[in-house]
Design a protein around this ligand. Structure first.
Ligand SMILES: C[S@@+](CC[C@H](N)C(=O)[O-])C[C@H]1O[C@@H](n2cnc3c(N)ncnc32)[C@H](O)[C@@H]1O
Length: 366
C-alpha cells in the first residue's frame, strides 16, 4: 500500500519538475517517509482554504498515510515541545519538511559519490536518512539542537536501516570533528550565515540553505566556498522555513504596537506593492532596509495593513491600504524612519514594482 503511495509522490514531484535526478527518486523509494512521521502530527496544506489539520494514525490510518505521501509539510513539534502537534495552537518548532522542498534542496546540493555532508537541523531524520542512502551513513553528519527531537530522529533513522552520525548540539557551530565537508545542507532558516559553516567547508564545497532575511518570503540559497574564507552564490527560488533557534523572530505584527503613539502621515504608494511575491524586489529591499521584517493584517473588506518592523529594535511603520482611496495612512513609531521617510518608501515602491515585472518574466520562462 505505501509503495503505491510512494510512487504517486515520486510521479507528482517529477511532474512538478522538483525531482529530476533518478537517484533521489530511488532514495525516496528506499527511505519511506512514513517511518519519520509521528502517529499524531499537524499537516500544513499548501493550498487555498486549507491551512492545516491534525493527522492521527490510530484514529484514521488511511488518511494519515495518504497525507504523509502527499507534498505536505508535517509539523512534529510545537513551542519546543510545550505545545500539542495535534492542535498546533502555537508555533511549530520542528517538522518533516514538504517532500517537494526536500527534493529541491537535495538536487541543489548535488553531492558526488563519497562526499561528506553536514546537515543542520536533523528534525525527523528523514533528510539525513535520504543522504545516508545516497552517500553511506559514514559520510553524513547531522546536528539537532532539541534533545527530544534528536532522540526520536535516532529511532527513526534506525527503523529505516540508515546510520548517519547524529549529533545533539547547536548546529550554528557546525561540527568541526567531521570537517572539512564537501556539502553543508541547512534545513532551518537563517538571516545571518554562521561563519563555521563556511570555515568547515572544503574549497569548492557547497552550502545550501533557506535564507530568510525577513522581508516577505524567504529564499533558497546555494553558496560555494572559495577557499579564501568567503562563500558566495545565488538565490534560486523561494522558500519558507522555521528559523535557526538563535535567529528566531516573533511572528506577525509587534505584540505591543501602540498605534496611538505613532506619528501619522499619508502616501500615494499602494503598500501591497512592497509585499508582492517579487523575489528580486525582496532582495533589493532587504539590502536597502536591512534588519526589517514584514507582517500583514488583512481584513475581510479587502483593506490591509502592511507592517515593516525592525527585527532588533522597537521601530516600526505601517501603511493602511483601503480600497478606493487615493492615498493611504502611514503610521511611524520609533527612531528609525521606516515610514516617515517618504522618499525611501517611494523608492521601495519602485523596487517592488520593478521586481514584480522581473518575476513574471521568470515564471513564463520556467
Ligand atoms: C524543518 S526542521 C528540519 C527537517 C529535517 N531536516 C527533516 O528531514 O525532517 C528544522 C529543525 O532544525 C532544528 N534546529 C533549529 N535550530 C537549530 C540549531 N541551532 N542547531 C541544530 N538544529 C537546529 C529544529 O529543532 C528543527 O528540528
Amino acid at each position: 500500500m505505501s509503495q503505491e503511495l510512494v510512487e504517486r509522490l515520486v510521479a507528482e514531484l517529477t511532474a512538478a519538475g522538483r525531482l529530476t535526478d533518478p537517484r533521489w527518486a530511488e532514495a525516496l523509494r528506499a527511505v519511506p517517509r512514513h517511518l519519520f512521521v509521528p502517529d499524531v502530527a499537524w499537516a500544513v496544506f499548501d493550498r487555498p482554504g486549507a491551512d492545516g489539520a491534525a493527522i492521527d494514525r490510530n484514529a484514521d490510518p488511511d488518511r494519515w498515510l495518504d497525507v504523509v505521501y502527499s507534498d505536505t509539510a508535517i509539523a512534529t513539534q510545537v513551542d519546543d515541545g510545550a505545545g500539542d502537534p495535534g492542535t498546533c495552537s502555537g508555533t511549530w518548532t520542528s517538522s518533516c519538511s514538504t517532500p517537494g522542498i526536500v527534493a529541491i534542496f537535495l538536487e541543489l546540493l548535488r553531492p558526488l559519490d563519497h562526499h561528506r555532508v553536514l546537515e543542520i537541523g536533523t528534525g525527523t531524520g528523514w533528510t539525513s536518512a535520504l543522504l545516508s542512502w545516497r552517500l553511506g551513513g559514514g559520510n553524513v553528519t547531522s546536528v539537532e539542537i532539541d534533545e527530544a527531537i534528536a532522540e526520536r530522529a535516532a529511532a527513526n533513522v534506525a527503523a529505516a536501516g540508515q546510520a548517519p552520525r547524529l549529533v545533539r548540539g547547536d548546529g550554528e557551530r557546525g561540527h568541526a570533528d567531521g570537517a572539512p565537508y564537501d556539502r553543508v545542507h541547512v534545513t532551518c532558516g537563517v538571516e545571518r550565515v554562521p561563519y563555521p559553516w563556511v570555515e568547515q567547508c572544503r574549497p569548492g564545497g557547497v552550502i545550501v540553505m533557506p535564507w530568510l532575511p525577513g522581508w516577505n518570503m524567504g529564499h533558497i540559497a546555494r553558496l560555494t566556498a572559495a577557499g579564501d574564507g568567503t562563500a558566495s552564490g545565488r538565490l534560486t527560488g523561494q522558500a519558507g522555513f522555521m528559523m535557526l533557534r538563535s535567529q528566531r523572530r516573533p511572528p506577525g505584527p509587534p505584540a505591543d504596537a501602540d498605534t496611538g503613539a505613532a506619528e501619522e502621515s499619508a502616501t500615494r504608494l499602494d503598500p501591497r506593492i512592497l509585499i508582492g511575491d517579487a523575489q528580486g524586489a525582496d532582495v533589493a529591499i532587504t539590502a536597502l532596509v536591512p534588519g526589517v521584517r514584514t507582517a500583514l493584517s488583512p481584513a475581510a473588506d479587502g483593506s490591509m495593513r502592511v507592517w515593516a518592523i525592525e527585527t532588533a529594535g522597537g521601530s516600526w511603520a505601517a501603511v493602511d491600504f483601503t480600497p478606493g482611496r487615493d492615498d493611504f495612512r502611514v503610521l511611524q513609531y520609533g527612531p528609525r524612519p521606516l515610514g516617515r521617510d517618504r522618499d525611501r518608501l517611494h523608492d521601495l515602491g519602485q523596487v517592488g514594482a520593478a521586481g514584480t515585472g522581473t518575476l513574471r518574466s521568470h515564471r513564463h520562462a520556467r
